[in-house]
Design a protein around this ligand. Structure first.
Ligand code: NDP
Length: 258
């Protein structure tokens, strides 16, 4: 499926995990993808690997890595300028960069509150604002942001749950304001996806990755945890014209868990 031929996409935090799977999926559908990540070397290595994948070569897609801290307003603005200057357009933004700093509420320090809010939420504000500078004049755009099942509440994640719930409000509001310019704005809210982030959570609570995943799998109707590629597939739908009349939505991707 080459739904994204000639489209230019920015994916934040795309050097690994869900972001890397999304970069691969979009490039394999023909997009030119710019991976913005804190770790420039890893972003470049991921981009190189994606660009040499058979499916990406066959689809005419590509990937490149750019170092960018998405909490740094000036650097975000520069990075988007750089992508536009090179590619001449900007069609898709995936706000994926995120961190967790879990703790029970009564022990949660201000620094962990602030860093999670800024990295997961303010970054989406900054990147969407930078992207709309190019999308509005083109009368075309697709913005997809990562919320989380934790938006509904999750013990030990007051900061993360607040940020991910706010992503849904931001999404609904940007859909209202940017819709008249043919820009759709949607979010995905994954449940437990096997990535470095969830492996770190397992380690933090003193569990093995396998045991931690099994506990979640046992309470999930589909009987397993999710894979990054399964989130990437939903993001690709929102990034493509297959979702042309879908905006302001949050799609839960959690194996049927309520
Ligand atoms: P990972 O930790 O595997 O990847 C996140 C990436 O974001 C890393 O490459 C990280 O770089 C990068 N990043 C972090 N901070 C910044 C920053 N300030 N600027 C640029 N890049 C940054 O996470 P996942 O792939 O698991 O998660 C991706 C998104 O999906 C996140 O928003 C997460 O909250 C969300 N999500 C994940 C779920 C899961 O179960 N895995 C469930 C629900 C939502 P570095 O490693 O160098 O810090």
């Amino acid at each position: 499926m080459n739904r994204l031929s000639n489209r230019v996409a920015v994916i934040t935090g795309g050097a690994q995990g869900i972001g890397a799977a999304t970069a691969l999926r979009l490039a394999a559908e023909g997009a030119q993808v710019a991976i913005l990540d804190l770790n420039g070397d890893r972003a470049a290595a991921t981009a190189e690997e994606i660009s040499s994948t058979d499916a990406v070569v066959a689809a005419g897609g590509s990937a490149r890595g750019l170092v960018c801290d998405v909490t740094d307003e000036l650097r975000v603005s520069e990075a988007f300028d750089e992508v536009f200057a090179t590619a001449g357009r900007l069609d898709i933004l995936v706000n994926n960069a995120g961190i967790t700093r879990d703790n029970l509420f009564f022990k949660m320090g201000r620094a962990d509150w602030d860093s999670v809010l800024v990295t997961n939420l303010t970054s989406a504000f900054l990147c969407a604002q930078a992207a709309q500078r190019f999308m509005v004049p083109a009368r075309y755009g697709k913005i997809v942001s990562l919320s989380s099942r934790s938006a509904l509440g999750n013990r030990g994640q007051a900061n993360y749950a607040a940020a991910k719930a706010a992503i849904q409000g931001l999404t609904a509001t940007l859909a209202l304001e940017l819709g008249p310019f043919n820009i759709t704005v949607n979010a995905v809210a994954p449940g437990y996806i096997a990535t470095a982030m969830t492996a770190a959570t397992a380690e933090r609570v003193g569990s093995t990755t396998e045991d931690h995943q099994q506990v979640v799998a046992d309470r999930t109707p589909l009987g397993r945890v999710g894979a990054a590629e399964e989130v990437a597939a939903a993001i690709a739908f929102f990034a493509s014209d297959d979702s042309s009349y879908v905006s302001g939505q949050t799609l839960y991707i959690n194996g049927g868990a309520r």
